[in-house]
Design a protein around this ligand. Structure first.
Ligand code: NAD
Ligand code: TYD
Length: 349
C-alpha cells in the first residue's frame, strides 16, 4: 500500500482532496497532517474519519524536529502539500505567519523528503499553489505556465517563494515533483473570510456585503470539487518536474458575481427580488489589490483531459444550498475569534 501524506487536509480544499483520495483509493493509506489553525476544521471530514485507510495527525509543518520524526515514523511515498496560510487580507495584516508556514514549512517538508527518501523512484512531492504568483493582468491576456512570476501581496510572494524552492529541490536533489497553480476556488467548507462565503453569510443575516473599491476586480472562479479532481489527475498522471495551471474559464468582476449571488439567494430565501442587492456596500479598497487573474488551462486539458464540470450558476447554487443547510457549521466558525477579525477588518456592521 502506498502511503500518501496530505498536508492541510482539514482546510477548505484539503478536505475535498482528502475525501476524494480516501474514498476513491482504498489501496492508498492517507495521512492528513494539519496543525488546525483557525482555518482547519475536523468537522469537514466527519464522513471519512473512521475509514480504515485514513488517519489524522495534528502537527505543525514549521516544526522541523517534528517533521523529521514524522517522516521517520511513517513510510511516506507521496505528498500532496496544501497546508498554508491562504488569505490575502491576513497576509497584509501579518506577513510573518505566511513566511513561516508557506516558506519555512514547505522547506521543512522538502528537507524531510530529501532525508528520508533514499530511493527517489516511486516518490512524488506535489505542491498546490495559486495563480496569484503570476501577478496581476490588465483587461487582456491569460496566465500560462510560462508567465514570469510577479507576486504582489505577502501571500502570493510567499507562495511564489515556495514554488521556487520546490523546483530548486527538484533540480538540485532530484526530488520528483509536480506543481499546480490554480485560480480562485469556491464551494462547501470554505472559511467565511473569503468573498463568496462571507457574502452568503452576510446576505443570510441581512448584513451589508463589503465590496472592495469599485468591485471591478476580476477573478476566475473554479468549483472546489473540480479542483480536487484536477489534483487527483495530476497526482496520478502528471509528468515529473512539470507545472499545470488550473482555471475555471470563468471570469467575473466582483460586483457582477455578487449580483448573481444576490439573485440566487433571493430565490432560495424567497425574498422579494432585489432585497439582497440592497446590502451591497462599497468599502475601502484592499492595499495593492490585484486587478485581474485569468488562467490558460489548455495544458491540463490537452495532456490530462481535465476540464471543469460545472457552470458557475450550477456551482454557486450548490454552494448556496450547502451553506443554507449547514448554518450550524457557519455559526460555530463565526463565533469566537472570527468575530474580532471581522470587526477589525470591516467595522462592526
Ligand atoms: P485554508 O486556509 O482553508 O486551509 C489551510 C489548512 O492548512 C488549514 O486546515 C490549516 O489548519 C492548515 N495549516 C496552516 N498552517 C499550517 C501549519 N503550519 N502546519 C500544518 N497545517 C497548517 O486554505 P485553502 O483555501 O484550502 O488552500 C489550500 C492550498 O491551496 C493553499 O496552499 C493555497 O495556497 C492553495 N490555493 C488556494 C486557492 C483558493 O482559492 N482557496 C486557490 C489556489 C491555491
Ligand atoms: P478573496 O476571496 O479574498 O480571494 P483572493 O483575494 O485570493 O482573490 O477575494 C476575492 C475578490 O473579492 C478579491 O478581488 C477581493 C474581493 N473582496 C471584496 O471585495 N470584499 C471582501 O470582503 C473580500 C473578502 C474580498
Amino acid at each position: 500500500m502506498t502511503t500518501l501524506l496530505i498536508t492541510g487536509g482539514a482546510g477548505f480544499i484539503g478536505s475535498h482532496v482528502a475525501r476524494k483520495m480516501v474514498l476513491g483509493h482504498p489501496e492508498i493509506h492517507v495521512l492528513n497532517l494539519d496543525s488546525l489553525t483557525y482555518a482547519g476544521n475536523l468537522e469537514n471530514l466527519t464522513d471519512i474519519e473512521n475509514r480504515s485507510n485514513y488517519q489524522f495527525i495534528k502537527g505543525d509543518i514549521v516544526d522541523e524536529a517534528f517533521m523529521e520524526k514524522f517522516f521517520a515514523t511513517y513510510p511516506i511515498d507521496g505528498v500532496i502539500h496544501l497546508a498554508a496560510e491562504s488569505h490575502v487580507d491576513r497576509s497584509i495584516a501579518n506577513p510573518m505567519a505566511f513566511i513561516n508556514t508557506n516558506i519555512v514549512g514547505t522547506v521543512n517538508l522538502l528537507n524531510a523528503c530529501r532525508n528520508s527518501w533514499k530511493e527517489m523512484k516511486g516518490k512524488l512531492f506535489y505542491h498546490i499553489s495559486t495563480d496569484e504568483v503570476y501577478g496581476s493582468l490588465g483587461s487582456e491576456g491569460l496566465f500560462t505556465e510560462e508567465t514570469a512570476y510577479d507576486p504582489r501581496s505577502p501571500y502570493s510572494a510567499s507562495k511564489a517563494s515556495s514554488d521556487h524552492l520546490v523546483r530548486a529541490y527538484h533540480h538540485t536533489y532530484g526530488i520528483p515533483v509536480v506543481l499546480s497553480n490554480c485560480s480562485n476556488n469556491y464551494g462547501p467548507n470554505q472559511f467565511p473570510e473569503k468573498l463568496i462565503p462571507l457574502a452568503i453569510n452576510n446576505i443570510l443575516h441581512m448584513k451589508s456585503i463589503p465590496i472592495y473599491g469599485k468591485g471591478e476586480n476580476v477573478r476566475d472562479w473554479l468549483y472546489v470539487e473540480d479542483h480536487a479532481e484536477a489534483i487527483e489527475q495530476i497526482f496520478q498522471n502528471g509528468i515529473n518536474g512539470r507545472t499545470y495551471n488550473i482555471g475555471g474559464l470563468n471570469e467575473w468582476q466582483n460586483i457582477e458575481l455578487i449580483r448573481l449571488l444576490c439573485r440566487i439567494m433571493d430565490e432560495k430565501l424567497e425574498r422579494t427580488s432585489g432585497t439582497s442587492e440592497g446590502l451591497i456596500t462599497f468599502v475601502k479598497d484592499r492595499a495593492g489589490h490585484d486587478l485581474r487573474y485569468a488562467i490558460d488551462s489548455s495544458r491540463i486539458e490537452d495532456e490530462l483531459g481535465w476540464k471543469p464540470s460545472l457552470t458557475f450558476e450550477q456551482g454557486l447554487t450548490r454552494t448556496v444550498e450547502w451553506y443554507l443547510e449547514n448554518q450550524e457549521w457557519m455559526r460555530r466558525i463565526t463565533s469566537g475569534a472570527y468575530q474580532s477579525y471581522y470587526n477589525n477588518q470591516y467595522g462592526d456592521r
